[in-house]
Design a protein around this ligand. Structure first.
Ligand SMILES: C[S@@+](CC[C@H](N)C(=O)[O-])C[C@H]1O[C@@H](n2cnc3c(N)ncnc32)[C@H](O)[C@@H]1O
Length: 257
C-alpha cells in the first residue's frame, strides 16, 4: 500500500487540490506535523482518522533525527498495512518537513511506497495575494530571511521566514529593493495582512513572507502599453487601440502556459 505526501496549500481548506482531497478522504490514517496543517486536514477528514506524532520544538539535530526516526517507525507499518497520508502546508517538496520524513523512510523503511501530491505553495500563492505579476521572462529567487536577515542579489526575490520585518526591511531598502509583505495569506487562522510598511507587522509571525524587487527590474511586455500609452488604464477606446497598435512593431502572440 502507499504513503501519500499531500500538500494542503497555504491554509484555506478550499485550496486543497481535488486529488489531495480525494486521497485524504480515502486513506486509513492522516498524519500532520503541526497544528495548522491539522486544522486544514480536519476540514476534510474526521479527527478520529488523524494519527498522533510528537515533534519537539528544538534545533538540536540529534533530537530531531530521533524524532523523525520515531515518526517513521509509527508511520511505516500503517503504510504497509493500508494507505496513509502525511500532510504539509503548501507543497510537500518546497521548504517542507516532508523532506525529513522521506529521507528517514528511505534510510530505515525503504520498502514503503511513497507518492507525492503537490499543493499550492506560498511561493506561487503570494503573487495573487499581493496583487503582483511575475512576468514571463523575469527571474525569481527564493531565499530565507529569518532573524532579520536581508539577503540581496537577484532582481526579484521571495523571502520566506520573515520573522523580524523591520530589520529585514532596512537591509533590503538600503540595497535598492521595493518590498511588499504578506502575512497569513489564504489562511483562515489569524489575520491576513498585505503591506509595504514593516511597522505594521513588527510582531513575529512565522507565516510571513516578502516579495522584493529592484526598482529598475522591468521586462518589456507587449501588452504593458495598454496600461501606459495615454497615461491611464481602463477600457481601450478605438483611438487608444490604434495608438497602441501603431506603437507595437513586432507583437509576439503566444499561448504556452
Ligand atoms: C518552511 S516554509 C513552508 C513552505 C511551504 N511548504 C510552501 O510550499 O508554501 C514556511 C515559510 O513559508 C511562508 N509561508 C507559508 N505559508 C504561508 C502563508 N499562507 N502566508 C504567508 N507566508 C507563508 C512563510 O514565510 C513561512 O515562514
Amino acid at each position: 500500500m502507499t504513503l501519500y505526501g499531500i500538500g494542503l496549500g497555504p491554509g484555506e481548506p478550499e485550496l486543497v487540490t481535488v486529488r489531495g482531497k480525494r486521497i485524504l478522504e480515502d486513506v486509513d490514517v492522516v498524519y500532520s506535523p503541526g497544528r495548522l496543517s491539522r486544522t486544514v486536514a480536519t476540514e476534510h477528514v474526521p479527527e478520529a482518522r488523524i494519527g498522533d506524532l510528537d515533534f519537539p520544538m528544538t534545533r538540536d539535530e540529534e533530537k530531531l533525527r530521533r524524532a523523525w526516526k520515531e515518526a517513521a517507525a509509527e508511520i511505516a507499518p500503517r503504510a504497509r498495512e493500508g494507505d496513509a497520508a502525511f500532510v504539509t502546508l503548501g507543497d510537500p517538496n518546497v521548504y517542507s518537513t516532508f523532506g525529513h520524513l522521506r529521507r528517514t523512510l528511505d534510510a530505515f523503511h525503504p520498502d514503503v511506497d511513497l507518492e507525492v501530491v503537490p499543493g499550492v505553495s506560498a511561493m506561487t500563492a503570494f503573487a495573487t495575494a499581493l496583487g503582483v505579476e511575475v512576468p514571463a521572462g523575469s527571474g525569481l529567487a527564493l531565499r530565507e530571511a529569518d532573524q532579520g536577515r536581508s539577503p540581496t542579489g537577484p532582481d526579484r526575490m521571495i523571502l520566506f521566514k520573515v520573522t523580524d520585518a523591520p530589520a529585514t526591511h532596512e537591509g533590503l531598502v538600503d540595497a535598492g529593493y521595493d518590498v511588499t509583505y504578506g502575512r497569513r495569506l489564504f489562511m483562515e487562522q489569524g489575520e491576513t495582512v498585505v503591506t509595504e510598511d514593516p511597522g505594521e507587522i513588527d510582531e513575529r509571525d512565522y507565516y510571513t513572507l516578502a516579495y522584493a524587487t529592484r526598482s529598475d527590474a522591468a521586462e518589456a511586455l507587449a501588452t504593458a502599453q495598454f496600461e501606459t500609452t495615454d497615461g491611464h488604464s481602463g477600457p481601450v477606446t478605438e483611438e487608444r487601440a490604434e495608438g497602441v497598435a501603431c506603437g507595437d512593431e513586432s507583437p509576439e502572440v503566444r499561448s504556452d502556459d
